[in-house]
Design a protein around this ligand. Structure first.
Ligand code: ZN
Length: 309
């Protein structure tokens, strides 16, 4: 069984700024506007392609007064999206026009990569990928379809010791090592178009990070359904002595969580049921959706959430 990234969840500052950047500047679709089920006074935004397919979803917990995080070993250092091969020029120009902090494109494992940051300092990148022009993309967000983001390429994890994390990636999620470049070791999920790359970056003796705005909270790997998730959970316990949380119902997927040996919080999320489970696919993200157990508190929740539109 081979997995791939399902979603990435990060911490942001002000909700409105977060929403504007991801839908406006990056042109992603807001596929769900809900709250943090464990902290319902906080939004949980999900951005993705038109369907919010697994492998395209970047989610945020925005806190109006979040202090900035500081990167360090044991966390996700960069999240990279895929764009069509010829699109980087368009994006460079867009970042200049919109004042987005970005770097000069570099070549990584043969791909052109444009690193940039969101307004909270979240480290992101666009990877130019050949042959993906025909993949569906959300183009109602102001980015023409020919240049639009096509889900994740993958993530880079910063680790003081990469080996134990690599063992989980290969043994539990079916990734294979495909090469090394400088301090990066690349793992790939065979056959996964989106979210199939995890780079492990050796940090050396770097002080531990501090979570905050701009930090990734956790990354989630895909399981087709409960049976596959259960097989991964068993493998983690039997081969690695790692025990996950019990399964939590996240409405749009069902999840278990565990801290991998390098310190990064991992989740295993099911592909089903997806974001159209509680609103029509055509109008995803337009109204505040709450899980059934929070519906009775809706007036109070709506009163404390910051206005975003
Ligand atoms: Zn998650």
């Amino acid at each position: 069984m081979t997995s791939a990234l399902h979603h990435v969840t990060a911490i942001a500052g002000p909700a409105r700024r977060n929403l504007d950047f991801y839908t406006g500047t990056l042109g992603l679709r807001l596929v769900k506007k809900t709250v943090n089920f464990d902290d319902p006074g906080t939004y949980h935004f999900y951005f993705g392609n038109q369907a919010g397919a697994p492998g395209t979803i970047l989610t945020f917990f925005p806190w109006e007064h979040a202090a900035p995080g500081r990167p360090g070993p044991g966390e996700t250092f960069e999240t990279a999206f895929r764009v069509p091969e010829g699109a980087l020029g368009f994006w460079m120009q867009r970042f200049i026009e919109k004042g987005v902090r970005h770097e000069t494109p570099v070549t990584r494992f043969g791909d052109k990569v444009l690193a940039f940051q969101d307004p909270d300092g979240t480290r992101l990148a666009l990877t130019a990928v050949a042959g993906i022009d025909g993949e569906p993309a959300w183009s109602d967000g102001g980015v023409p379809e020919e240049h639009a983001i096509r889900g994740f390429s993958g993530v880079t994890l910063l680790l003081s010791d990469a080996a134990p994390t690599a063992a989980i990636l290969t043994d539990v999620f079916g990734f294979t090592s495909v090469g090394r470049e400088g301090t990066l070791e690349r793992y790939r999920a065979d056959g996964a178009a989106m979210g199939g790359v995890v780079d492990l970056r050796a940090s050396g003796d770097f002080p531990r990070g501090r979570p905050g705005a701009g930090s990734v909270h956790h990354i989630a790997f895909r399981a087709a359904g409960d049976a596959e998730q259960e097989r991964m959970v068993r493998r983690l316990a039997e081969h690695h002595g790692i025990h996950t949380t019990e399964q939590k119902d996240r409405n749009y997927f069902r999840s278990v969580y565990f801290r991998e040996p390098g310190g990064v919080l991992f989740e295993i999320a099911t592909d089903d049921p997806g974001f159209a489970v509680d609103e029509p696919a055509e109008t995803l993200g337009q109204s505040l959706k709450l899980p059934r157990f929070l519906e009775a508190q809706r007036p109070h929740i709506e009163a404390v959430l910051p206005a975003v539109a």
